[in-house]
Design a protein around this ligand. Structure first.
Ligand SMILES: *[C@@H]1O[C@H](CO)[C@@H](O)[C@H](O)[C@H]1NC(C)=O
Ligand SMILES: *[C@@H]1O[C@H](CO)[C@@H](O)[C@H](O)[C@H]1NC(C)=O
Ligand SMILES: *[C@@H]1O[C@H](CO)[C@@H](O)[C@H](O)[C@H]1NC(C)=O
Ligand SMILES: *[C@@H]1O[C@H](CO)[C@@H](O)[C@H](O)[C@H]1NC(C)=O
Ligand SMILES: *[C@@H]1O[C@H](CO)[C@@H](O)[C@H](O)[C@H]1NC(C)=O
Ligand SMILES: *[C@@H]1O[C@H](CO)[C@@H](O)[C@H](O)[C@H]1NC(C)=O
Ligand SMILES: *[C@@H]1O[C@H](CO)[C@@H](O)[C@H](O)[C@H]1NC(C)=O
Length: 453
């Protein structure tokens, strides 16, 4: 009797293990190395490990159709640095598919058709980089990324994510870079980034965010935040208040129309990029607390003026991009507060500037580039750069200048002055040619239609 039971048990065990053997993950799959050569072909196998050569490999690309990654299919891999599942049409990753990948630094699944990243899919792996890209992911279960102590870069580029749960990144103790661009995310739960203790960079380009409220972004470590290509039209005051280390904030290609005081308050901001919005109004004190700001980019907006008050306290600013706006005039002492020794780059090109106050640039001493090309400037005189001690490029290309007024030694202060496509008179051209005979260190560049020779 007992024997009978035992044999029955044996049958049961046999059936379960034969069920396992039907879980063939790899049918007619090839492994390709970094040189694009086939390493091995798996005609039918349940384990990647069994088929690997002994040698160490930097990159292995897995090629072929793999509808399901079964449990234990990718386990005990110690000889591959980067493992890439490329266009495998993976529909499902079973729990425990990935185990003990001691040698694998980077795991990449792209161009598959995953819909859900399930609980514990990526559990207890020592990978440093994990990418699930172009794979139609719409949902990430709570503990999909669980206990990944070395993970420093997580990319979910080009998926269909619309929402994220607050806790999904909770256990990523080493995560520094988070890439969420090209999804459909509208809203971030409060504090979602706060629990990632080493977070440095977050990329959320090209999603569907409309509004940034206070509390959305909180992190004591985050230094780079890219929100470009969303639909952000309003930013609540204080939205970035809880990012004490934030140094670069990218808000280009959004729907902003005005910048008010109290939005940019981070003392630590170095770069604020607001290009390609519809900004026509910037409050006087909008940037006044940004004493570390080095680069301010407002190009491709709808500004009609330069307000000297914008630059109060911006003592470290040295790159200003205001090109492609509708600015008409530059008032007296517009940049008086920007008093540092850096060689500044100022782009005011592609505006409608025709009225520059004689003292517009007073106080500015060191310039790399002053770009005023593609404007409507008629007069350029000797007082404009009177305070400038060093300037490399003065670009006046495509304006309406007939002849700069005054002593050319003082006018052409820059190492290179560009005067092409102006209305220079023949008399003026002759004067410039004469001046050039005496001057070898500094250059006036004017080809068509003035051909200086
Ligand atoms: C295996 O895949 C190759 C292409 O990668 C294909 O040409 C071949 O017909 C497949 N063989 C089987 C048995 O499916
Ligand atoms: C991994 O290796 C260990 C030790 O050699 C072994 O006990 C285990 O069964 C292996 N796991 C898989 C899924 O191959
Ligand atoms: C992990 O894999 C390595 C070899 O790939 C093996 O030596 C080791 O025993 C495995 N560890 C576990 C806990 O399975
Ligand atoms: C993590 O995996 C290792 C083997 O790779 C194993 O020894 C250990 O128990 C696992 N830890 C957890 C928390 O699952
Ligand atoms: C995933 O795991 C968490 C914690 O273990 C649990 O709360 C949650 O219900 C699980 N979700 C699913 C879909 O199984
Ligand atoms: C984080 O880890 C703890 C302990 O291992 C676990 O209880 C919890 O469910 C995990 N949470 C997530 C979101 O992974
Ligand atoms: C030029 O701008 C000043 C103010 O900066 C203004 O007073 C003056 O009328 C303007 N001139 C023209 C011709 O628009």
């Amino acid at each position: 009797m007992r024997l009978k039971w035992l044999s029955l048990l044996a049958v049961v065990i046999l059936t379960t293990s034969s069920a396992k053997s039907s879980e063939i993950t790899f049918r007619n799959v090839t492994l390709i190395n970094s040189a694009g050569e086939e390493i091995v072909r798996l005609s039918s196998s349940s384990s990647l490990k069994e088929n690997l050569p002994d040698e160490r490999l930097d990159i292995v690309v897995i090629n072929g159709n793999i509808p399901i990654l079964f449990e234990d299919s990718i386990a005990n891999i110690s000889t591959i640095k980067q493992l890439r599942f490329l266009e495998n049409g993976i529909e499902e990753i079973r729990s425990g598919a990935f185990k003990n990948l001691t040698g694998v630094q980077s795991l990449d699944i792209s161009y598959s058709i995953l819909v859900t990243l399930k609980n514990n899919t990526f559990r207890n792996l020592t990978v440093e980089e994990l990418s699930v890209e172009h794979s139609g992911v719409t949902k990430i279960e709570l503990c999909a990324f669980n206990y990944l102590p070395k993970l420093h870069t997580l990319s979910l580029l080009f998926n269909n994510l619309q929402t994220l749960e607050e806790e999904i990144f909770n256990n990523l103790s080493n995560l520094q870079n988070l890439e969420l661009s090209f999804n459909f995310i509208r809203h971030f739960p409060d504090n979602i980034f706060k629990k990632i203790p080493k977070l440095k960079s977050v990329f959320i380009r090209n999603n569907k965010i409309e509004q940034l409220s206070q509390n959305a972004f909180r992190s004591n470590t985050l230094s780079y935040l890219d929100l470009s290509g969303n639909r952000i039209a309003t930013i609540t005051e204080g939205a970035f208040n809880d990012l004490p280390r934030l140094s670069s904030l990218i808000l280009s290609f959004n729907h902003l129309t005005k910048i008010t005081e109290g939005v940019f308050t981070g003392q630590s901001l170095n770069h604020v990029i607001l290009s390609h919005n519809k900004i026509s109004s910037v409050t006087s004190g909008a940037f006044k607390t940004l004493s570390h700001l080095e680069k301010l980019s407002l190009e491709f907006n709808r500004l009609t003026l330069i307000n000297p008050q914008w630059f109060q306290n911006l003592i470290n600013l040295h790159q200003l991009n205001f090109g492609h706006n509708r600015i008409r005039e530059i008032p007296d002492k517009a940049f008086r507060d920007i008093q540092n020794d850096n060689n500044k780059r100022m782009d005011l090109s592609h505006n409608r500037i025709n009225n520059i106050s004689s003292y517009a640039f007073s106080g500015l001493k060191f310039l790399d580039t002053l770009d005023l090309s593609y404007n409507e400037i008629e007069n350029w005189d000797v007082t404009l750069l009177a305070d400038v001690e060093r300037i490399r490029h003065l670009n006046l290309f495509q304006n309406k200048i007939k002849c700069p007024e005054g002593n050319f030694h003082k006018i052409f202060k820059a190492r290179f002055t560009y005067l092409g496509f102006n209305l220079l008179t023949p008399h003026c051209l002759r004067k410039i040619v004469d001046w050039r005979l005496l001057e070898s260190r500094r250059h006036v560049v004017c080809t068509k239609p003035c051909s200086l020779s």
